[in-house]
Write a protein of this length. Structure first.
Length: 404
C-alpha cells in the first residue's frame, strides 16, 4: 500500500512493562528514508536515556499506543524534551489495512505516523493527570465504603436485627450509635435514647427492630466492619480535602458547574479533573461525549440505524455523570421532564444514560463560556427566595433592620 508522506521525521514507541522498543524514521537530505530501531529497559534511567536518544533526532511527531498504564512513564519522560506527542488508540491502529507480519509494532506505528494516519487521543496536562490520581482513588475508596456498609447490613440481618426497616441510613448517626450500644450490651431504654427525635419510627417499632440474636462471631465481625468503615470515611475525607485544595484556583469554574442540577462540589471537582479546562482539545460537546463514551453507538447501514453498543470511553467520568443523572431524576428542572419522557419510552437505564449525555454537553458549554447554568423551566433563585424568605425576614426583624 502506497502511503503519502506528511512528516519527514517521526518516532514510535512499542510500550511494554519492562521493555520499550523505539523506531525512528527520518528522511535524509538526499531523500533516502532511514529507519533506526532500538530497545530500552523499563526503569527510570532507561526511560531518560530513551527520551534523550529520541530527541536527538528532533522528530516532528512521537507516537505510542495507549497500552494500559505503561505509556504514562515514557510519555512523562518525553514531555520534558518539548516534543510533539500523541497517544493513539490501539483499536484505531488495527483498522488501518496493509500490515505485514514481518514488520515490528514500533516500525508499523512509525510508518503510519509518518503518513499522518494516526490521531492522538486526549491527554490532559501534567497537573490534571496528578489530580486524577486523587480523584480516582477517592472513587475507589467510596465504593469500598459502600460495599462494607452493605456487608454490615447483611450481617445485622443475619443476626436477626431489622434496623434497616425503620431507618433510612444504616450508618447514620442514630443507627450507628444504636448498633454500638448493642455491641456494648446496653439496655433497650439506653438504645432508644440514641434515636434522633426526627426518626419517623415509633419507640415500639425501634425496640422490635433492635431485638436480635447476635452471637460472639456476629459481634466480632460487626466491630471490625464498623472500624473499617470509620477508617475508610476518614481516608475519604482526607482525599476530598486534598482534591479541593488543589483546585482552589478553579473555584469560579467549580461554582458554575454546581449550578447544574445533580452536581455538588465533589462531583464538580471530579468531573473537572477528568476533562480539564481547555475545551478546544475536544472541539465540540458531541466529540467530548463520544470520547467519554456517553453517547449512543453508531451503526448505520443503507440509511437504516441499527442498535449498537456504546464505546468504553472514560469509566470514571461515566460513573460520575450517571450518579448526577440519578440525582437529576429527583429534582424539579427541565432535565427531569426529559428523563420522565424517556423513561416511559426507553426504560430507566437508557433514560439515565441520555441525561448523563445531556449533562456532559452542558458541562462543556459552561466551561467553554465561563457561564453558569440557567434552567429553561425553573427559576432556582426564586425558589431559594421562596424557601428562605420567612427565615430571612424573621432575622431582620430580630436584629432591628426592619420593623415587624
Amino acid at each position: 500500500m502506497e502511503l503519502d508522506v506528511i512528516y519527514r521525521s517521526v518516532a514510535a514507541l512499542d510500550v511494554h512493562q519492562a521493555k520499550l522498543t523505539v523506531c525512528v524514521l527520518f528522511e535524509t537530505n538526499t531523500g533516502e528514508v532511514v529507519s533506526q530501531i532500538r530497545e530500552f529497559g523499563g526503569f527510570k534511567r532507561d526511560r531518560r536515556e530513551m527520551a534523550t536518544w529520541v530527541s536527538s533526532f528532533n522528530p516532528e511527531l512521537v507516537v505510542m499506543e495507549s497500552t494500559g498504564i505503561y505509556w504514562k512513564s515514557p510519555y512523562s519522560a518525553l514531555e520534558k524534551h518539548d516534543l510533539k506527542l500523541a497517544v493513539v488508540n490501539a483499536y484505531h491502529v488495527k483498522q488501518v489495512p496493509g500490515r505485514k507480519t514481518d514488520i515490528a509494532d514500533a516500525q508499523w506505528l512509525a510508518i503510519l505516523a509518518r503518513s499522518g494516519l494516526l490521531r492522538g487521543g486526549f491527554v490532559p496536562p501534567q497537573h490534571f493527570r496528578e489530580y486524577r490520581l486523587i480523584s480516582r482513588q477517592l472513587q475507589k475508596l467510596t465504593g469500598l465504603a459502600s460495599g462494607e456498609k452493605c456487608r454490615l447490613h447483611k450481617l445485622l440481618t443475619d443476626g436477626g436485627l431489622r434496623l434497616s426497616v425503620v431507618v433510612s441510613d444504616l450508618y447514620g448517626k442514630s443507627a450507628k450509635a444504636m448498633i454500638q450500644g448493642i455491641l456494648d450490651g446496653e439496655t433497650p431504654e439506653q438504645l432508644l435514647a440514641h434515636a434522633n427525635p426526627r426518626l419517623k419510627a415509633s419507640p415500639d417499632e425501634l425496640r422490635d427492630a433492635l431485638e436480635g440474636d447476635l452471637s460472639e462471631s456476629h459481634r466480632f465481625v460487626i466491630r471490625e466492619l464498623m472500624a473499617h468503615i470509620d477508617e475508610l470515611e476518614a481516608r475519604i475525607l482526607r482525599f476530598r480535602q486534598m482534591l479541593l485544595a488543589h483546585l482552589s484556583s478553579y473555584q469560579v469554574i467549580l461554582q458554575n458547574l454546581q449550578t447544574i442540577p445533580g452536581i455538588d462540589e465533589l462531583s464538580a471537582a471530579m468531573l473537572f479533573v477528568e476533562i480539564g479546562d481547555d475545551m478546544s482539545a475536544f472541539g465540540s460537546p458531541a466529540k467530548l461525549a463520544s470520547w467519554a463514551g456517553v453517547c449512543p453507538g453508531q451503526n448505520e447501514s443503507a440509511g437504516k440505524r441499527k442498535s449498537a453498543k456504546t464505546r468504553k470511553g472514560n469509566p470514571y467520568l461515566r460513573r460520575i455523570l450517571c450518579e448526577a443523572a440519578n440525582a437529576v431524576s429527583r429534582t424539579r428542572c427541565s432535565l427531569q421532564d426529559k428523563f420522565k419522557g424517556l423513561m416511559i419510552r426507553r426504560g430507566r437505564k437508557r433514560a439515565i444514560f441520555a441525561i448523563a449525555h445531556k449533562l456532559l454537553k452542558t458541562v462543556f458549554l459552561l466551561i467553554q463560556r465561563g457561564d453558569y447554568y440557567r434552567d429553561a423551566n425553573t427559576d432556582y433563585e426564586a425558589l431559594s427566595v421562596q424557601r428562605n424568605a420567612p427565615r430571612w425576614i424573621k432575622k431582620l426583624v430580630q436584629y432591628g433592620y426592619i420593623s415587624a
